[in-house]
Ligand binder design. Structure first.
Ligand code: 16G
Ligand code: ZN
Length: 543
């Protein structure tokens, strides 16, 4: 790097000293910790994002400031690659090392070495562009400012601030700007695409089978999803949706939101007796997770949870139905459909999907792993039980579909092609998106004429239990086979297996969390008592 670049880095980096005595990690989904110690990380990851843009030939890169479903005093920094997917894992070690560089000199040295190794030009001859977004956390504004300073300290790099957006909106804008060369893909374009494709799916519902399915109430976790859903509601004025927990009163993620509802299996704040039996949904704080639920009885907050596995099952069923209208076994082109889950997927969902004749693959926890696997298919559908997931369509499949859509003579087949096309436009192919996912669920339920109970009856979840165990060093546990087998320390897996076989339909695994300093235990069995007992016995093994 030349002297001018070095002195720019020196000056700007000295304004953002790192916190003392704290080690920061990129983690499963970027850096995430107390917002008060993230200034230097936001600044440094701004630099990384600019380098990433230079490395990818000037592609637009995303930088999102969010801590998702964490408490409001936390925040986080994560990077989106040119396709809108998570930052390539090859760059995570570099992210860790620059975040932890103790002073500006060592930071500059690390950047210099990395840029040389990766062949990244730092002389200002190439342009770089970073889209910035943040959720509604009060700390977001100053962290975006720090990130901007990092970006602008790299020769040739510019920062484009998209303001307060959902995480999936930012990923979508990055993907759309790079892929469709729609240089200006904005939030308005996102709303247009999502609402147009949703309307298209509704218009394609055969009139004979159309049934109203009643009101939907949405818990927005007191986060960014509330104001964005309001925009969609105004565009789709006939959609019967009531929006709650928009953040005007309650606190972000506090006893609200998809993570709370899914983990604790209770209704969020602001929901109660009058809502019994009504179809409800919860988004998380940055609107990339979605679960549905119904309140069972008045007077308590117990719910029937319709989790990510069931959203996945609904999507997979719809896609399979439409594909089977379009092609039969003798058809020359058979699109490859893959369903991707993690070990947290309820065993009953996996059985349901396999019984549908679908190929089910498992990956470790974390969107980056599921997304990567789903990309191997013509249609890759992935979901975590926690409600994060999406559908990916290969370019090859979309070309074929476009052709079928325009040349098909049979109206039924033409409509099936149009529906799949609309799904590919509605669903956010960059990353799981609670808003577009919610509209797809609503469109499919309307298409099927299904109530939320009909949907929930697709299969019955096996009873399960999750526990957290605080241990001295969670990294001592090393897993393999998509986190289902403990490799280290020796002996633990044998003990888990010996306990598990005692329970009918027993399944159990342990893994170190990627976001908290705990080991997580998951157990499943034919009764709730058995699942609880298995989980607590295994928790004692790792304690
Ligand atoms: C993050 C991941 C989520 C995963 C969770 C696991 C992304 C965008 N988010 O929230 O996919 O399920 O971590 O947390 O990748 P854990 O490792 O603490 O169980
Ligand atoms: Zn989230």
């Amino acid at each position: 790097m030349d002297e001018q670049q070095r002195s720019t880095f020196l000056q700007s980096a000295s304004r953002f000293p790192p916190p003392k005595g704290i080690k920061l990690y990129y983690g499963t989904a970027g850096f995430r910790t107390d917002a008060s110690i993230l200034q230097s990380t936001a600044f440094r990851i701004g630099i990384l994002a600019a380098l990433r843009s230079l490395k990818t030939g000037g592609a637009v890169i995303g930088l999102m400031i969010t801590a998702s479903h964490n408490k409001v005093s936390d925040n986080g920094v994560k990077v989106a690659d040119p396709g809108g997917e998570m930052l390539t894992q090859d760059w995570e070690p570099f992210a860790d090392s620059i975040a932890n560089a103790p002073d500006p000199d060592s930071l500059i040295q690390l950047i210099d070495e990395f840029a040389k190794k990766e062949g990244i030009p730092l002389n200002g001859t190439k342009a770089a562009a970073i889209l910035l977004g943040r959720d509604t956390r009060p700390s977001g504004e100053s962290l975006v400012e720090a990130a901007k300073q990092g970006i602008c300290s790299v020769n040739g790099a510019i920062a484009i601030d998209m303001g307060v957006v959902t995480t999936p909106q930012l990923h979508w804008m990055v993907r759309t700007r790079n892929k469709d060369l729609q240089a200006s893909a904005s939030e308005l374009d996102y709303f247009d695409q999502v609402s147009t494709s949703f309307r298209c799916l509704i218009d394609l519902i055969p009139k004979t089978s159309y049934h109203g399915i009643g009101k939907l109430i949405v818990d927005c976790a007191n986060g960014v999803g509330g104001e964005k859903l309001q925009v969609l509601k105004e565009k789709l004025s006939w959609l019967d949706v009531e929006i709650r927990n928009t953040g005007k009163q309650g606190i972000l993620n506090e006893q609200v939101g998809a993570d709370y509802v899914q983990k604790d299996k209770v209704a969020p704040q602001g929901f109660g007796g009058p809502d019994v039996g009504i179809r409800c949904a919860s988004l998380d704080g940055d609107a990339d997770r979605l679960v549905y639920f119904t309140i069972i009885t008045k007077g308590n907050n117990q719910i029937n949870l319709v989790d990510g596995d069931k959203i996945l099952s609904l999507f997979a069923l719809f896609i399979k139905d439409q594909l089977s209208i379009l092609t039969d076994d003798t058809y020359e082109y058979q699109p490859r459909v893959g369903v991707v889950q993690t070990a947290y997927a309820n065993g009953a969902s996996t059985k349901y999907l396999k019984d549908l004749g679908l190929q089910v693959i498992f990956t470790p926890t974390g969107v980056k792993y599921l997304h990567e696997k789903a990309q191997e298919y013509d249609i890759g559908i992935y979901f975590e039980a926690n409600g994060h997931g999406t559908i990916l369509f290969s370019d090859h499949f979309l070309c074929w579909l476009e052709d079928r859509k325009s040349t098909e003579k049979c109206l039924e087949k033409k409509n099936a092609a149009k529906r799949l096309w609309a799904v590919s436009k509605l669903i956010n192919q960059a990353v799981g998106d609670a808003l577009s996912g919610l509209l797809l669920v609503e469109a499919i339920l309307q298409h099927m004429g299904w109530s939320v109970d009909n949907w929930n009856e697709l299969y019955h979840d096996l009873p399960s239990r999750q526990l957290k165990v605080k241990v001295a060093d969670r990294t001592a546990i090393v897993t393999t086979n998509a986190e289902t087998i403990v490799q280290k320390p020796p002996g633990i897996q044998e003990a888990i297996t010996a306990l598990t076989v005692k329970y009918p339909q027993g399944r159990c695994f342990v893994r170190p969390s990627g976001t908290e300093d705990v080991v997580r235990v998951y157990a499943e069995a034919s009764t709730q008592e058995a699942a609880d007992e298995l989980a607590s016995c295994v928790a004692k093994l790792v304690d």
